[in-house]
Design a protein around this ligand. Structure first.
Ligand code: AMP
Length: 191
């Protein structure tokens, strides 16, 4: 299986690039943010708990996310591969993902780390906020999301360096330029 972790700060283009990767390589997509937003819309127990964290720009606790991910992963059992978007966001989540994939006889193939300047991230998120309807795309929440990213999520890059899976991708430029860089990185592991 071709399992890709797409990684980067909020606004780094993970969702946009995931769509292009899916089209090109025929992969399944798991975005934990999308799953949580669906749970919120359906007013499930998980959705109600997640709402408070999401609206403050904080991370939803690891145990809830890992249980949720395991269920979604089982629904993709016959897949050619999965692109993980917005997950893992902490070291415990990364270890849980490795264990879940190993149990299923597979592993992460590559981690693509999209690098985007901080000013550009804020600009993109505010632009998205005008059309997304997302309750967390406002300046105050964007600031806490970026802080949470730097403190809790960015250190994961080193974890994947240690696993020999980390590839830095220059995430500034046009969508096509960035996708070109991503394709090269994927083709290097997908032989
Ligand atoms: P995203 O759509 O990936 O930007 O996620 C939106 C929000 O959902 C985040 O700010 C978190 O509050 C929550 N969230 C999404 N994925 C995770 C995750 N893997 N771990 C913890 N919280 C998450």
């Amino acid at each position: 299986m071709l399992n890709i972790v797409i990684f980067g700060a909020p606004g780094s283009g993970k969702g946009t690039q995931s769509e292009l990767i899916i089209k090109e390589y025929g992969l399944d997509h798991i975005s934990t943010g999308d799953v949580l937003r669906a749970e919120m819309k359906n007013e499930t127990e998980l959705g109600k708990i997640a709402k408070d964290y999401i609206e403050k720009g904080q991370l939803v606790p690891d145990d809830l996310i890992v249980n949720m991910l395991a269920k979604v992963l089982d629904s993709k059992a016959n897949s050619k591969g999965v692109i993980f978007d917005g997950f893992p966001r902490t070291i415990p989540q990364a270890k849980a993902l490795k264990a879940m994939l190993n149990e299923r006889g597979t592993d992460v193939s590559v981690m693509l780390n999209l690098q985007v300047d901080e000013d550009e991230l804020v600009k993109r998120l505010l632009e998205r906020g005008k059309v997304s309807g997302r309750s967390d795309d406002n300046l105050e929440t964007i600031k806490s999301r970026l802080e949470v990213y730097h403190k809790q999520t960015a250190p994961l890059a080193d974890y994947y360096v240690g696993e020999g899976k980390h590839v830095a991708i220059q995430g500034m430029g046009t969508i096509e330029e960035i996708f070109g860089r991503i394709k090269k990185a994927i083709d290097a592991v997908n032989k």
